[in-house]
Every structure is written in structure tokens, then in C-alpha cells.
Design a protein around this ligand. Sequence first.
Ligand code: TTP
Ligand code: MG
Length: 358
Amino acid sequence: MRIIGHLDMDAFFAAIEERDHPQWRGLPLVVGADPAGGTGRGVAATANYPARRYGIHSAMPITRAWRLSEAAKRRGQPGVIFLPPNFSRYEEVSRRIMEIIKKYSPLVEEASIDEAYFDLTYAGDFARAAAICAQIKGEIRVRENLTASVGLGPNKLMAKIASDFKKPDGLTVIPPEEAESFLAPLPVRKIPGIGPKTENFLAQRGVKTVQDLKRFTREELQEMFGKWGLDLYEKVRGRGSAVLATAYEPKSVGEQETFGRDTLDLPFIFERLWAMCRRVHQRLLAETFSTYRTVVVTVRFADFETRSRAHTLPEPAASLRTLRFEAMKLFMPFLDVRENPKNKLIRLIGVRVEKLGK
Ligand code: TTP
Ligand code: MG
């Protein structure tokens, strides 16, 4: 028997901004693209809980978030504070949170910037493990002045579902004997891997809850979803892996920018590309990497066609100069017949480094 925890920070980017700007505490706040008075482009990265009450959420077009904010103002409620993301700041906080978790668990899998699985089997039972989770949450609150939601379960699946069950500032414990009954009444969407499309597909077959999904045999699920159907058969019964990938390293560091207008203005584009290379390079160092071997450049045209080009160097490189040079070289074909025969305007550019080294 294993005891697995999952911790997920609450409204992570927005919570950090709120903490760092006490004058905005309690006000609705969105981190993401510049709304530019309702003509902005790009999306919201996240929203704090007051902004979520206006219906704003991650990945929503920023113009829509803007309109929801305007509507709130017309109702006499406070308007939303829109902020650009400060990734290196969030990564720094993330690193300190991970260090706190590592003090309480010998085995930690960093699953994303604000989320980790950790093994608490050593605690012996779920009650003692829950007390350790309360300590972790307390230390994060005291040291970072931030809240986290934590779940405990017999495997990663149940731990993640538990941490999502009560947010913000939740602590949910699902011992193994309760796993299956805990899952049964939940909407199928709560199972990681079931997105809006699968949800829709299942709804058309009258399947709404995890309980409904249990009426399919292994073979039927495999028929519907291929190999993943076999995993799903296990998941709906609360079964899943408890193996943590402790040697997590970010596989890449990158950034994207949606321009204020579609453009082929070369001095402007190159200025943005260079600035982006500088930020990506800084973040690489902040992640305590020193080298990269692959450089990837992404371009989205005005019609949303999105293309990437990558180049892998024969040797690891470290300098910003090389990054800029490689990014430029990869980018040039998007400006001429090679990758852009119709001379389409550019909407978004991105730069990413991969094959990172210390
Ligand atoms: P999440 O943990 O999904 O969201 P959250 O921490 O903001 O809110 P919750 O309380 O529901 O956990 O993601 C962590 C951070 O990752 C989030 O603060 C911003 C970033 N992010 C994006 O940039 N784009 C996205 O689409 C999502 C989902 C997250
Ligand atoms: Mg989170």
C-alpha cells in the first residue's frame, strides 16, 4: 500500500501577483495577454477567484475577459486588474515550494510549475499523512503567503482528483477503501485525460458520471478509445500508478508572443524576437540549466496556420548570442517564399530551447 499526495497551488500566477501587490488584495485579477482596451489578442493564463466569479478562466481569449470585466463594472462591481505574466518570478516561487515539499517527502515528482506528487508512505497511515500535508500547507502559507490545495490517495490518479476536489486551500483524503465510491458520482470530466471532446462523445451515449462509465467492459472501452480505453477501465475503478518520476527536469524553456496587430514589419519582429531570446535565456539560467542544443522557432500567421522550425546544434551551446543567431536563421524562411510564399502577415512568434544541460 502506498500513500501518495498531490499538491496544486491555488490560482498560482494570480495569487503571486496579488501577494506582491497588496493594494489589489481581494480585487479580481487576471494574468495574461494585454487586453488593450478590448482590442487585445492572446489569452488569459489564469484568473484569481474573484475574477473567476465573473466567468473568467485560463485560456479564455483576453478580449472576452475584458468584456466580462466591463459588464461587471456596469453592474457596479470592481473592474478586473489585467497583468502581464512574470515567468521568472513564478519559477522562483515554484522552486521554493518544491523545496518545502521535499523537506516532508523523500520522493517528489514535479508535475508542472505549480503542481507536485509526493510519496508519504513512510507516515504509515492516512491520518498521519494528512497531518503532514497540513504541515506542508502551513509552511507554504507562512513562508510564501500563498495557499495550496492538497489531495491524498492510494495512487497518483486519486491524489490528483482529491486535490482538485476542494479548492482553494483544500485538504482531501481518499483512503484506498473509499477510492471507488468517491469516484462513482463525479462527472466523467474529472478523470484526467477526459477533455471536452470525450465528455461530449460520452454524453451522446448517455454517460455523464464515472458510475455510468463502469457499465462498459474492458473490450468495449478499448473499442471506443484504443489502448487508452484499457487505462480508463482501471481509472474509473480508482486504480492507477503510484510510481513517481522523481528526476523531473523541464524538457524545454520557451515563450510566445501574440503581436498587437498582424505584421510583416521586420525591424519590429526582430526586436521582439531578440527580446524573447533574452528572456528565454534568462529563464534557462534561472532553471539552473546552462546549455541547450535545440532551438525551435514558431510562427502563427494571420490565418492561424502555425508552423515550427527547429535546429539541433552539433554541440551544446550556452550563449545568448548563439540563441539569437540560431533563432534568426530559423526565422528568416518565414519571411520569404521558402515558408511564406503568399506573404502572409504574422500574428504570433515563439522561441524555445530544448535538450537542456547543466
Ligand atoms: P493551474 O494549476 O491549472 O491553475 P491555477 O493554479 O491558476 O488555478 P487553480 O487554483 O485552479 O489550480 O495552472 C497553474 C498555472 O499555470 C496558472 O496559474 C497559470 C498557468 N496556466 C497557463 O498559463 N495557461 C493555462 O491554460 C493554464 C491551465 C495554466
Ligand atoms: Mg494550480
